[in-house]
Design a protein around this ligand. Structure first.
Ligand SMILES: [Zn+2]
Length: 307
């Protein structure tokens, strides 16, 4: 393969996820002219042709040219529309309700946690909970007044082995669970991607058998703010002594999976909890949760906040 062909393919590689269709012969012809005929330095030739593609084919600039995206810490993310890179650990994956979204959840570093969205059109490999990655060329965004990072076509995700710690200082919040959100109780997940099934269907993999899981998505209110929290099987077991096996048995005895949800609501809704965790926007990543016996000062604070 000639040098001109190699350089041409390097440029086409950048466009493999692009909507724009570019003819290889067209690029190659120009590349040969520049490199072989006019002896233009290779880097200049590549830049010249990329500029040509932007002008003639309307390829978005950012698909061809690397973004200036400095490595930042999560606490430094305060403005939307900034191109950045960050090293972070995936701390929680949520269910994505939109076919446009591949994955959504929380990532964290030692300075904080933040919501992330990987768009389906980005064509990325999926990230895993507990693993750390370099998220390159991601863009900050503000959604409903909270910062998040969007991962799109021009971003890159590279798994890294370095250990990333979460913020050392966790806060304790005392509040009441004021509501349960969808997909709480005894749920079914896809065997392949772990997404929550909706009417037996996975968003990505269609009809699958699925496996059972127990969790609660809820809103915790401390009188000043409300936080979205997720309680996993372990949290639920510690709080109410119900394991996944118990939940399955309850569902079987009542011939109704919703009976698990009713039972959990009865025991958790409206009750006070002390939650230790890390806050990111309106989300609270639960590390530890226990029942809290409210004192009269809690009610006073709640009342004060309401007035
Ligand atoms: Zn699936």
């Amino acid at each position: 393969m000639s040098r001109a062909e190699k350089l041409t393919d390097q440029i086409l590689e950048k466009l493999k996820n692009s909507d724009v269709r570019v003819k290889r012969e067209d690029i190659l012809k120009r590349m040969r002219l520049l490199v072989e005929e006019f002896k233009v330095p290779e880097s200049e030739a590549v830049k010249t042709i990329m500029n040509y593609l932007v002008k003639e084919y309307g390829v978005p600039r950012e698909e061809l040219f690397e973004r200036e995206s400095p490595l930042v810490k999560i606490s430094e993310i305060v403005k939307p529309n900034q191109w950045i890179s960050l090293k972070a650990k995936v701390v929680q994956l949520w269910d994505s309700n939109s076919p446009n979204v591949s994955q959504v959840g929380l990532i964290g570093d030692e300075t904080g946690i933040i919501k992330f969205v990987i768009w389906a059109k980005a064509g990325m490999n999926e990230v895993e909970e507990g693993k750390s990655y370099l998220f390159k060329n991601v863009v900050t965004d503000s959604f409903q007044g909270r910062m998040q990072v969007n991962i799109g076509r021009t971003s890159k995700i590279v798994e890294i082995s370095e250990e990333i710690n979460l913020p050392p200082r966790e806060m304790e919040i005392i509040g009441a669970i004021v509501s349960f959100q969808q997909n709480s109780g005894l749920i079914k997940r896809c065997n392949i991607c772990k997404r929550v099934l909706s009417k037996g269907l996975c968003h990505e993999h269609g009809k699958v058998e699925g496996y059972d899981d127990l969790r609660v998505k809820a809103v915790l209110d401390d009188g000043l703010n409300s936080y979205e929290i997720i309680l996993n099987e372990e949290n639920i077991k510690e709080l109410v002594g119900m394991s996944l096996e118990d939940a399955i048995r309850i569902a079987q005895e009542n011939l109704d999976r919703n009976s698990v949800l009713s039972e959990l609501k009865q025991r958790l809704l409206g009750r006070y909890f002390a939650v230790k965790g890390i806050r990111g926007g309106r989300y609270l990543l639960v590390r530890d949760i226990s029942f809290h016996k409210p004192e009269s000062k809690d009610f006073e604070e709640l009342l004060e906040a309401l007035v």
